[in-house]
Design a protein around this ligand. Structure first.
Ligand code: HEM
Length: 169
């Protein structure tokens, strides 16, 4: 009886994984056309260090030892983050594709959890964090609560590709 129960649970989890991984989600953000307030062409790649201000969409690589985890993050988090540079410093916004499966996105520095501010942009809910310029060059540790199936906090890293930073404002 116990064996049957374990087998049934294993099948349900496996099926959930297959369905969750197979479903197709459009998570691309099309940067706007036009010019920024400092006269630069939007939707073009710039070096964020060459300008005093700017908002950029930046692709990133997901870092996780779990193949399943990596694919889940790729599926449920928008594939670009937004980096904002202003006189106040740097901000990083992470957007989620489906807020019903996860919430409470945090950054982790050492043992310290950093909470973000809720934002909504490009049609997605997101979390925005104040970060240092140095943090943008390394692996950024992310923690979030998965409210579907897993029902627990999970951790993974993201590594930004700043060489592909596209100006959006
Ligand atoms: C949709 C339903 C989901 C299912 C069925 C599911 C299932 C699983 C399973 C079975 C594992 C363990 C795999 C292993 O040991 O390699 C796992 C790990 C993981 N999942 Fe999920 N997951 C779901 C949603 C999500 C979401 C929404 C995220 C984040 C956006 C996520 C991120 C991760 C990560 C990073 C790991 C590896 C680290 C850890 O075990 O905490 N998952 N998931």
């Amino acid at each position: 009886m116990k064996k049957l129960l374990s087998a049934t649970i294993a099948v349900i989890v496996a099926l959930s994984c297959v369905f969750a991984m197979a479903a197709c989600v459009d998570d691309t953000i099309e940067p706007p056309e036009g010019y920024s307030v400092d006269g630069r062409k939007l939707n073009e790649i710039y070096d964020i260090d060459d300008y005093e201000r700017g908002e950029y969409l930046v692709p990133y690589e997901v870092i996780s030892e779990s193949v399943m985890g990596k694919s889940m993050v790729e599926k449920y988090c928008v594939s670009t983050v937004k980096v904002t540079k202003s006189e106040d410093g740097f901000k990083l916004a992470i957007f989620v594709v489906d807020p019903s499966v996860m919430d409470n996105v945090r950054l982790v520095e050492g043992e310290v959890e950093i909470s973000g501010t809720a934002v909504n942009e490009f049609g997605y809910d997101g979390y925005e964090f104040e970060v240092s310029r140095g943090a943008l060059d390394g692996e950024i540790a992310v923690r979030l609560f998965v409210s579907m199936v897993m029902k627990r906090d999970t951790n993974f890293g993201i590594k930004l590709d700043l060489s592909q930073a596209k100006l959006v404002a």
